[in-house]
Write a protein that binds this ligand. Structure first.
Ligand code: ATP
Ligand code: MG
Length: 385
């Protein structure tokens, strides 16, 4: 969940940013009303904490403008103000605020509990629309890749796929491991099979049909999606008949609603046509200089191939505790906004992987679980379903 804090006082901004980040929210700040409106239009946060006394505008005017803007219809606004008289609170709520917290000792505790409450309410009152079954040939393909190995592509891919399957329980969701010679989707979800893409392509005689594919695809109960592994070992990977990959994906598109593909860092002759034709290309990077530079090259390459900027979703994954490059520096270097950051989850992620369960099923309260759910929603919304 993303929160924008608007306050003219730098000390308050810094303090609130810390408080809310500790709660697991992604927080940005603005110290003027006009700037806040600009940032809201651009970044579409989920919630705004709004001070009423701002240098350039009255906070109530900011609120009014937001409430008149249909694009900001789902935005939560919590006023945090030194004006704490009952009539101020009533005026704020009448003006369209979802809640009002007077600035006084303990305001941080009150604010965070109200925010938590609003988000919980949002979940209850806005049931996810069920995904309509896709017409033939209309699967939405989401390609996950990275410019460098070990950035967490597989972990993000499988967990976002799980979140989407939860979000759209009636949709047919498939995850395909396309990392050769050996991928780690199987290990990451605690699933083993010798029915792989490599073997499947060997079995095709004539037309690659649905019945054959169905023999190779298995549902993984705990994860709520179906899976097709790439190859079990490098020896098996040599069986891969590259010429069948295109027809395989063509057929898969007619069988499922959503297809998640883990390409790892294999931007190759095999993967490129599928990546280019994806609904969204999710590029995972880590906040270090080398990865950011390599990611820049990858993005340039994709652009040269005709990939549109709005097809690309950039995700920052904190695979290690330290941050070397800030969000702003990364966005500046890549000229693409980051769609979100997955926090460093130290041993928790490893624990979830070792037990082969979705991170959100084991640690539902952790920030990464919320981020995976956010990405799934973003992918679904972008695909227009
Ligand atoms: N946000 C995170 N916090 C802590 N550890 C993480 C995080 N993301 C990934 N990891 C760890 O990093 C390791 C690599 O993750 P993963 O296998 O998903 O990377 P990958 O990019 O798919 O690697 P490969 O290049 O081998 O395909 C895993 O052990 C995982 O637990
Ligand atoms: Mg991987």
């Amino acid at each position: 969940m993303r929160i924008l804090v608007v306050d003219d006082d730098l000390v308050t901004l810094t303090w609130l940013k810390q408080v809310l980040e500790r709660e697991g929210y992604a927080v940005s700040t603005a110290n003027r009303g006009a700037l806040a409106l600009e940032q809201i239009a651009k970044d579409r946060p989920d919630l705004v904490v709004l001070d009423l006394v701002l240098p350039d505008m009255d906070g109530m005017d900011v609120l009014r403008r937001l409430r008149q803007d249909p694009a900001a219809r789902d935005l939560w606004v919590v006023v945090l103000s030194a004006k704490g008289r009952p009539e101020d609170i009533v005026a704020g709520l009448r003006g369209g605020a979802d809640d009002y917290v007077p600035k006084r000792p303990g305001a941080d505790v009150e604010l965070t509990s109200k925010i938590r409450g609003l988000f919980a309410l949002a979940k209850r009152t806005a049931p996810e629309p069920e995904a309509a079954p896709a017409p033939e040939g209309a699967a939405k393909v989401f390609s996950f890749c990275s410019a460098k190995g070990g950035t967490g592509t597989t972990v993000v891919c499988v967990n976002t796929c799980y979140a989407l399957a939860q979000l759209a329980p009636r949709a047919q969701v498939l995850l395909v491991d396309m990392v050769f010679p050996i991928g780690t989707v199987g290990q990451s979800i605690g699933y083993e099979s010798r029915d792989t893409v490599a073997r499947l392509t060997q079995r095709v005689h004539g037309k690659l049909d649905r019945a054959l594919i169905e023999k190779y695809v298995s549902p993984v109960q705990r994860w709520g999606f179906r899976v097709l592994l790439g190859a079990c070992d490098p020896q098996e990977a040599t069986l891969l008949d590259v010429g069948q990959i295109g027809p395989l994906f063509e057929q898969l598109r007619t069988m499922y609603d959503y297809i998640f593909v883990d390409f790892g860092r294999t931007l190759s002759r095999i993967s490129l046509p599928i990546i280019q034709n994806s609904e969204s290309i999710v590029v995972i990077l880590t906040p270090d200089v080398n990865t950011v530079k390599l990611t820049r090259l990858t993005l340039d390459y994709l652009e040269a191939l005709g990939v549109k900027q709005n097809q690309v979703i950039l995700i920052n994954n904190r695979t290690v505790g330290r941050v070397w490059v800030s969000k702003e520096e990364t966005e500046h270097a890549l000229n693409v906004p980051l769609s979100g950051t997955i926090p460093y989850e130290s041993e928790y992620l490893t624990m979830a992987i070792n037990s082969g369960v979705p991170f959100a099923a084991k640690f539902p309260q952790n920030a990464a679980s919320l981020m995976f759910a956010d990405f799934a929603r973003l992918l679904r919304d972008r695909s227009g379903r």
